[in-house]
Design a protein around this ligand. Structure first.
Ligand SMILES: *Cc1c(COP(=O)(O)O)cnc(C)c1O
Length: 239
């Protein structure tokens, strides 16, 4: 299988999932997760029409981005340390997806503000409540919401989640549903419209679409298997 044919298949599965649950065609965006794959593979995907790519490590993204067409759009989907915020903002990500604490949000807003910019972000929520995981707990997010929503240079576009790995994709549904319901609740608290829900990966993106995902993050189903060990999808690469 080539990257182009994988992409074509994923796109058609996205379209079918949209149709199946009565969502407008084109309402779900495919983010191609290119972590660990070389720039040549990303160029191949770009040649096949893919424009949005996700990287989970800042350093790796900084190495690859300059090698690729400037028309591509990049999302940082992994954890960001506060001392790397300046670097990350300079890198020009379209979306920083894994803002997982009020302190990080404050740092992003403050440093973006220094240059008159706004940081576009998603807030990562740990909806299945594993202590060890990154992200706001739903409760913590409710507590911090007013402060988060009033940060002047932070543009919160929505929520993202990485559920605990499951064997049967259907088992991820409750986490996806919980994220959607949490976003609905926060919308009613105003004033943010929170249009984006980033959820679903290679294994379970169709379930995520049925539960309202607007961005699905698909890596291995496009680029193939990754060879390094990961503690859990998207987090803390062991090196
Ligand atoms: C790696 C990663 C993905 C993609 O995972 P696949 O199972 O390869 O599709 C999605 N989201 C995040 C945050 C990741 O780190």
């Amino acid at each position: 299988m080539t990257i182009a044919s994988n992409l074509q298949q994923i796109r058609s599965r996205i379209t079918q999932a949209e149709a199946r649950c009565g969502r407008p065609l084109g309402s779900v965006r495919l983010l191609a997760v290119s972590k660990t794959f070389p720039a040549a593979d990303i160029a191949e995907a770009a040649a096949a029409g893919q424009t949005a790519f996700g990287e989970n490590r800042l350093q790796e993204a900084m190495e690859k981005m300059p090698l690729l067409p400037s028309t591509l759009e990049w999302h940082l989907i992994g954890p960001l340390q506060r001392n790397k915020v300046r670097k990350a903002l300079r890198q020009g990500f379209a979306l920083i997806q894994a803002v997982d604490s009020l302190r990080l949000a404050e740092t992003l807003s403050r440093i973006a503000g220094e240059t008159g910019a706004t940081a576009r972000v998603l807030l990562e929520v740990n909806v299945d409540g594993e202590e060890s995981k990154h992200g706001f707990s739903p409760r913590g997010l409710r507590t911090d919401w007013n402060e988060l929503a009033s940060l002047p240079c932070l543009d919160i576009q929505g929520l993202m989640t990485i559920p605990a790995p499951v064997g049967d994709p259907e088992d991820a549904r409750p986490a996806f549903r919980a994220l959607r319901i949490l976003a609905e609740e926060l919308r009613t608290c105003g004033p943010l419209p929170l249009p984006e829900l980033s959820m679903g990966m290679s294994h379970d993106f169709e379930i995520a679409i049925e539960e309202g995902a607007t961005i699905v993050r698909v890596g291995s189903a496009i680029f193939g298997g990754r060879s390094y060990p990961e503690r859990q999808a998207g987090h803390a690469v062991l090196r």
